[in-house]
Ligand binder design. Structure first.
Ligand code: NDP
Ligand code: GDR
Length: 324
């Protein structure tokens, strides 16, 4: 049933865009998404969730301000979620300028479109724990200083501060969600969890022998994307816009995450894992551990899915895909 509200999502074809679209459709929103033109099909995630026919897709690109203005005009959006990005940290060293244009200037384009077309619209920026980078606190919260370690983190920091600045300068209801890593069966294959779960499924089915990874000592605070999109929506429902850390409060090494994935199908990590220096990064974020106390207290948000449940869900989904 309609709630008479419209939402505009950039990055609708990505992992979070798909889960957020589903959440908003279930709440009765009219959901519009910005579709960047590609030569290949990018709707597979929306299709997997069975919502590709329910969302309205508008041609546009984050780097093209006029297309963002048109998307705001056509959608008449009450809420705008800026999830679009070149989101792979590893690629950001190879394409630093593109990353800055899309992730930094792109966010500013969306903010400008909001300011020009409807400054009453509520805005959500997809910020990231990558902004913390070189760790200066055992647990990171909204007050932890930023020290990004990748061109991606630097670009996202610009978008974060632009969001804060538009809130303070123009009274736009603009919130920045500082989300820690979140994964799902819809995660892109280049990210380490999905790379691992896909490899485990292939090894189990005899289609692959080894898994090549980089720094397996890195620690991440991993949650389930389906839980995290709820926090995005909760932020836009508050009386005041604000910044929130969204995390589980648990951190795990890449190696231990691999143990969960291999163990789930009765395989041993040491029989298949190969450390490949090609996957090391020019500068690493060694450990991330978020403190979601503010999100819990003010939004009433808490993660519902454990890492064990998440990784086994992903391995099972990859096994099903490969068996098809
Ligand atoms: P994905 O990489 O899965 O999705 C990125 C989306 O951005 C895709 O829809 C992509 O379109 C779109 N996009 C890329 N470039 C452009 C462009 N120039 N114009 C318009 N759209 C574009 O990311 P996630 O869903 O995982 O993440 C969503 C957001 O949250 C991103 O901004 C990411 O940086 C941020 N984030 C993610 C975290 C995570 O752990 N997942 C943690 C913290 C922040 P296409 O499909 O056509 O490529
Ligand atoms: P991250 O996620 O960089 O944290 O960014 P990713 O899964 O790519 O890396 C996590 C950690 O695993 C280490 N690692 C490897 N990573 C990849 N991708 N491939 C490998 O082979 C490999 N081996 C070890 C990495 O070095 C790193 O330490 C994600 C993205 O979703 C961002 O958009 C988001 O902002 C942050 O999470 C929070």
């Amino acid at each position: 049933m309609s709630n008479n509200k419209a939402a505009l999502i950039t990055g609708i074809t990505g992992q979070d865009g798909a889960y957020l679209s589903k959440l908003l459709l279930d709440k009765g929103y009219e959901v519009y998404g910005v579709l960047a033109r590609r030569s290949t099909d990018t709707l597979w995630r929306l299709r997997e969730l069975g919502i590709d026919a329910q969302v309205r897709l508008l041609d546009g690109d984050l780097t093209d301000l006029s297309s963002m203005i048109r998307a705001m005009q056509t959608s008449k959006a009450d809420e705008v979620y800026n999830l679009g990005a070149q989101s792979f940290v590893g690629s950001s060293w190879q394409q630093p300028l593109l990353t800055a244009q899309v992730d930094g200037v792109g966010a500013l384009n969306v903010l400008e479109a909001v300011r020009i077309v409807n400054p009453q619209a509520r805005f959500y920026q997809a910020s990231t724990s990558e902004m913390f980078g070189l760790i200066q606190a055992e647990m990171q919260d909204e007050k932890t200083p930023f020290y990004p370690r990748s061109p991606y983190g630097v670009a996202k920091l610009m978008a974060h501060w632009a969001t804060v600045n538009y809130r303070e300068s123009f009274k736009i209801h603009a919130s920045s969600g500082i989300l820690f890593n979140h994964e799902s069966p819809l995660r892109g294959i280049e990210f380490v969890t999905r790379k691992v779960t896909d490899a485990v499924a292939r090894i189990k089915l005899g289609q692959q022998k080894e898994l090549r990874l980089g720094n397996v000592d890195a620690k991440r605070d991993w949650g389930f994307a389906g839980d995290y999109v709820e926090a995005m929506w909760l932020m836009t429902q508050q009386a005041e816009a604000d910044d929130y850390v969204v995390a589980t409060g648990q951190t795990t090494t890449v190696r231990d995450m691999c143990e969960i994935a291999f163990g789930h199908v009765g395989l041993k990590v040491e029989d298949h894992l190969v450390i490949d220096p090609n996957f090391f990064r020019p500068a690493e974020v060694d450990v991330l551990l978020g403190n979601p106390a503010k999100a819990r207290a003010k939004l009433g948000w808490a993660p519902k899915t454990s890492l064990q449940e998440l990784i086994t869900m992903m391995v099972d989904a990859d096994l099903r895909r490969l068996r098809k």
